[in-house]
Design a protein around this ligand. Structure first.
Ligand SMILES: [Cu+2]
Length: 150
């Protein structure tokens, strides 16, 4: 009886506090130039697979950038950072965030954050082509992001 109660309490604790205990703090750099293969105007890393409870901070390593959501998980708030300011979002809902840097969308500066399962995959597939059509340079970056959703 007592061990059964203990098991219930442990399960509850893990359910309630599991995410918090292991929450990861991701950092995404906003850069004028990345590694040689990837070229200029880029988020690094451009794709991350995070979990609910994690945080993501965008860092203005180079000036002239910001990050703005284009698609967010269902039930999640749209978000936008100020130019040249660090900005943190807390990932509270499963699904995929597709975002971009407004000043450099034409140059292919886009990124993706998958949180847990890609529950809004259908919406991402529907909306990504529209954002991709505005990427005059490196539109293939969008394909690379889409291919990393698991
Ligand atoms: Cu930019």
């Amino acid at each position: 009886m007592r061990s059964k109660l203990y098991a219930v309490i442990m399960t509850l604790s893990i359910t309630l506090f599991g995410h918090t205990a292991y929450a990861k703090e991701w950092q995404i750099q906003m850069l004028n130039y990345g590694s040689a293969e990837q070229g200029g105007m880029i988020f690094e890393p451009a794709f991350i697979h995070a979990q609910v409870g994690d945080t993501v901070t965008f860092l203005p390593n180079h000036s002239g950038h910001n990050a703005q959501s284009y698609v967010v998980p269902e039930g999640s708030q749209q978000w936008k950072s100020a130019l040249d300011k660090a900005y943190t979002i807390t990932l509270d809902t499963e699904g995929v965030h597709l975002y971009y840097c407004p000043p450099h969308l034409m140059m292919g500066m886009v990124g993706m954050i998958q949180v847990g399962d890609a529950k809004n995959q259908a919406l991402i597939d529907k909306k990504a082509p529209r954002l991709r059509s505005k990427m005059a340079l490196k539109p293939e970056r969008m394909d690379t992001l889409l291919n990393q959703i698991r």
